[in-house]
Ligand binder design. Structure first.
Ligand SMILES: Nc1ncnc2c1ncn2[C@@H]1O[C@H](COP(=O)(O)OP(=O)(O)OP(=O)(O)O)[C@@H](O)[C@H]1O
Ligand SMILES: Nc1nc2c(ncn2[C@@H]2O[C@@H]3COP(=O)(O)O[C@H]3[C@H]2O)c(=O)[nH]1
Ligand SMILES: Nc1nc2c(ncn2[C@@H]2O[C@@H]3COP(=O)(O)O[C@H]3[C@H]2O)c(=O)[nH]1
Length: 907
């Protein structure tokens, strides 16, 4: 971004910017840094080490910076114009240069030849503006000693990242009805477990001093007027925020020289150009209403006719005559809507101030030939020093812009600029500057709107929506190889490519390699997924074009308001899973509760029964309909869990997870229509067989590993693994069911809800230390043990005893002989007391489990493609065969009371 290269990065602590000035933000940071480096006593809040001026060090500062991006780009265009002007003037092409700033009338009093080098005779030099600003005292030379080197700020602004407050984790302690059979699911903490408040995460914000405290660091060093020319000077020791209205007029004293040290005669030219416009051709090429309105807006800028002014006329008096009431209110863009809007012709006053300096006596580089060349080079462009309150801030040379803050914010000069070499500066009046800003703003807006119209997804958007989007767009540029978006990072922005090509890659779960997904080019967009989901980037976007990539960046708020609902945005980069989900939704859209016919009961859960159903018209398929009593959900405060169950199952598309097709609700129940798994519960088979051999256990464990891989890669913790929640389909593959305790976690965060099944809970859950996906790896070890032996390793006569045994650890458990050495090794690696040490949770992720020697030779690929033959093939004679399930008598309790409180409106 250009912001990186902006040279004048010193900070102005006194400037009361309104959070929208990028330059202000940069200056702010620079000033803080200069202040921090300064040996002078600082208030504690200002003692920020330079290294800490990074994004994360100061949330206030960083958001300030980010907020400022908008303002930056707004006047960046202007700065470019000004630079262009300068460039062109060097080529002595005055007329064409002036035409860049359209809307000026023909010069009547100035002769062309007078402009040839931008210098015209002017008996009333502009130096008067600066006369009173010449400091009376010189700064001590130590001010510029080596220890006060220019503050080096290298800001890498990543618009995709932003620090966020850390939310406190939710703590839910509630009871599920004790209706379970052997392994009882619970969501109540053990009574002896000390329930500590969840870890308080303080989001410490470094305090950024306000302007008044910054002022308290004022040091009285003054400029050395003998040595340097002060071009503009900040007011000394202003203790109150500078007034915003009216703008301070620079003091004028006609006839006085610019400064004591000025050696060349200053020339000052007022140049006016014919009223020819850039936007004529521009408006012609577009016939839309929106363009028309733009045209009118631009025409609104038509400048008042102005009498030719005599060369050398006092500019301020002329100016007063020219300024209309509209213009004197700054001519901001909001005025453009008003009919008959008219701002005065901005008089382009382009004085060439030639400043000279005396050579500094101290701290100069040695005059070797190299240094001399450098010096000469600098001399050519001119060099100025920026200081504030006597402190050196930076040195500017070349085509740099300065003095914009005071005119942008109607405040007093915020820094002192001192010529340290001979330099030519160009000055533009406030009015002119603002007009350029306005004009370039409009032109930019029209260009962006045009571009957006050419992008297929936006072409049908209303004109005013496009204008709104154009208004907030920020253009950013990237170089080849730059990661514009990094997978896993937090994202707050949406991008449209306006130039170049980017590469999309996705990091592979187990290999860490980046898989190439696709190329995107001009008119394509990216970044919507993080904004639609949980803020995390789901892919890498890398700048591919050798000549770089330009993107138009849109903030989250605008995206949400204007863009997020576009269908194409929602689904353009859907992976296969999401596409399949869409198909499912489509397929079940017209199925209602009344279309379902109950065949038999498959099971009884905590909140009701699970019935085998068929739709009226189709006997070739069957479904499982889970029916949950709303009153009971509310009684046990499981509303949040049920909503989460619906959300997670509804989005999941994994062959090792039971699919949820549709949900319904009525006054008494919530319903989930799922795929039916007629092979029965793994628990039933285990009960009948007693235990499984190594290879059977391996197959079922591998199915769970696949399901966990799917869930964990989406940061979803399952939390209720047990053989009862593993259902076999008719082929014998197992699928995870019952997502009542599943939860989507924020990356790196833990959860504290005490839930699970006593025999399967991890120690950190019992101890309420906070848990995450590693708790699932613990339960995987327990499952392996139970499948191999028929009983879980940690079993007490009641939950309390069970917890006690769990807390003693896996090493206290005796492993029966039938558990092979490799199996026990894996179980022990999964059931480590310390969650961080559990296999699956370490660097290699879940692939470490897949690679464990117990799985040696296991045909993972066959499992994933369902070509592997399952160890047990259940007998399922038809789609309504329920022989693999126990029989359940009718519910003795009868129908529950109505619940119409509406908590389930999103179910
Ligand atoms: N899709 C399905 N196909 C076949 N049977 C199912 C299906 N879903 C659930 N069942 C049967 O119903 C039982 C209860 O289902 P589920 O575990 O989802 O209910 P729950 O109320 O969440 O139970 P819990 O109290 O164990 O959490 C299961 O153990 C299983 O026997
Ligand atoms: N406040 C401040 N101004 C700077 C800095 N570097 C360059 N400048 C320029 O110095 C100018 C002084 O006059 P303005 O306040 O109008 O605008 C200021 C900026 O354009 C800096 O670090 N801080
Ligand atoms: N996840 C994913 N993202 C893609 C794909 N193709 C392009 N993208 C874009 O890559 C972007 C990375 O950041 P986001 O996750 O915010 O949004 C993502 C999509 O806009 C794809 O196949 N999968």
């Amino acid at each position: 971004m250009k912001i990186k290269h902006y040279p004048g990065k010193a900070v102005d602590a006194s400037l009361s910017l309104e959070g929208s000035s990028a330059m202000g933000a940069l200056y702010e940071a620079n000033w803080l840094q200069a202040a921090a480096q300064s040996p002078s006593p600082q208030p504690p809040s200002l003692r920020i080490s330079p290294g800490k001026l990074s994004r994360q060090s100061s949330s206030a500062g960083s958001s300030f910076l980010l907020d400022g991006i908008s303002a930056l780009s707004k006047y960046q265009m202007t700065l470019e114009n000004i630079r262009n002007l300068e460039q062109q003037s060097r080529n002595n092409n005055i007329m064409s240069t002036i035409k860049e700033l359209n809307g000026y009338r023909k010069p009547s009093t100035l002769q062309l030849d007078q402009h040839q080098d931008w210098v015209t005779e002017d008996p009333e030099p502009i130096e008067d503006h600066y006369q009173e600003k010449i400091p009376e005292t010189a700064p001590p030379k130590e001010e510029y000693s080596a220890k006060d080197k220019p503050a080096v700020n290298h800001y890498v602004l990543d618009p995709t990242e932003r620090p966020r407050p850390i939310p406190r984790p939710r703590q839910q302690l509630s009871v599920k009805p004790p209706s379970l059979r052997r392994s009882q699911t619970m969501s109540q903490p053990p009574s002896y477990a000390t329930l500590r408040s969840p870890l308080r995460l303080h989001n410490k914000k470094p305090t950024v001093s306000n302007s008044s405290s910054a002022y308290s660091t004022f040091s009285s060093a003054a400029e050395d007027a003998q040595d340097q020319v002060v071009i503009c000077q900040q007011p000394q020791r202003v203790m109150v925020p500078p007034p915003r209205e009216p703008p301070p007029e620079p003091p004028r004293r006609p006839g006085k020289p610019l400064s004591r040290s000025q050696t060349t005669v200053q020339r000052y030219a007022t140049i006016r150009m014919p009223n020819q416009s850039l936007y004529r051709s521009y408006t012609q090429k577009d016939s839309t209403g929106r363009r028309h309105s733009l045209e009118q807006a631009v025409k609104g800028l038509r400048l008042q006719e102005e009498e030719p002014r005599e060369q050398g006329t006092d500019t301020s008096s002329t100016k007063q005559r020219q300024i209309s009431p509209a213009a004197s209110s700054n001519g901001s863009s909001k005025d453009l809507n008003g009919e008959g809007f008219c701002i005065p012709r901005p008089r382009l006053i382009v004085p060439v101030h030639t400043y000279a300096r005396r050579r500094r006596t101290g701290n100069l580089k040695d005059q070797s030939s190299g240094a001399q060349e450098e010096e000469e080079e600098a001399e050519k462009d001119g060099r100025v020093e920026v200081s504030r309150e006597g402190k050196y801030l930076s040195t500017l040379s070349g085509a740099k812009v300065l003095g914009e803050l005071a005119i942008l914010y109607n405040c007093q000069r915020t820094a002192t600029i001192t010529a340290i070499t001979e330099c030519n500066l160009w000055a533009i009046e406030r009015q002119c500057f603002q007009t350029i800003m306005m004009r370039t703003g409009l032109i930019r807006q029209a260009e962006y709107t045009d571009f957006l119209k050419s992008v297929p997804i936006f072409k049908d958007l209303a004109d005013d929506t496009l204008i709104k989007i154009s208004d907030v767009l920020e253009e950013t540029h990237y170089q080849r190889g730059d990661y514009i978006v990094r997978q896993g990072a937090r994202g707050d922005t949406f991008f449209i490519i306006s130039k170049g090509k980017v590469r999309v890659t996705i990091k592979q779960q187990d290999t860490q390699e980046e898989k190439f997904i696709r190329m995107l080019g001009k008119g394509d967009f990216f970044g919507e997924k993080a904004l639609q989901g949980d803020d995390l980037r789901t892919a890498n976007i890398i700048c591919e074009s050798p000549e770089g990539v330009s993107c138009l960046v849109i903030d989250r708020e605008t995206f949400n308001q204007l863009i997020s609902n576009l269908d194409e945005i929602k689904h353009r980069y859907d992976d296969e899973g999401a596409m399949e989900r869409r198909k499912i939704n489509e397929e079940f859209r017209d199925i209602n509760l009344t279309d379902l016919r109950v065949i038999a009961t498959l099971g009884v859960g905590g909140f009701g029964r699970v019935e085998l159903v068929q739709t009226n018209g189709d006997s070739s398929r069957s479904f499982a309909l889970k029916q949950m009593k709303k009153s009971q959900i509310v009684e046990t405060r499981q509303q949040q869990h049920i909503m989460s169950e619906k959300e997670i199952m509804g989005e999941a598309n994994c062959q090792f997870i039971v699919k949820l097709f549709k949900t319904f609700k009525d006054k008494k129940y919530l319903y989930m229509l799922m795929e039916s798994c007629l092979g029965g519960e793994l628990w039933t088979i285990l009960r009948d067989k007693g235990n499984f051999d190594d290879s059977t256990t391996r197959f079922y464990t591998a199915c769970v590993v696949e399901a966990f891989d799917y869930l964990h890669s989406r940061n979803i913790i399952y939390r209720d693994l047990k053989p009862e929640n593993l259902l076999l389909n008719e082929r014998g593959y197992v699928k995870l069911v019952d997502f009542g305790f599943a939860k989507k976690l924020q990356t790196g965060r833990k959860t504290w809800t005490f839930c699970g099944t006593p025999e399967y809970v991890a120690p950190e859950v019992i101890l309420n230390r906070g848990h995450d996906i590693s708790a699932d790896y613990w339960s995987l070890g327990v499952l392996m043990f139970e499948l191999l032996t028929g009983t879980p390793p940690f079993t007490g006569s009641d939950p309390m005893r069970t917890y006690n045994i769990i807390l003693k650890g896996i090493d206290a458990i005796e492993f029966p002989r039938n558990i092979t050495r490799n199996a026990s090794n894996l179980i022990k690696k999964l059931c480590r007391d310390n969650p961080a040490e559990r296999l699956g949770y370490q660097r290699g992720g879940i692939s470490e489990i897949q690679k464990h020697k117990w799985f040696d030779g296991f045909y993972w690929w066959g499992l994933q493609n369902c070509t592997l033959e399952p160890p047990i093939k259940p007998t399922v004679k038809s789609v309504v065969d329920t022989t693999n399930f126990d029989d359940y008598p009718p519910d003795p309790e009868g129908p529950p009371p109505d619940d119409v409180t509406g908590w389930d409106k999103d179910f």
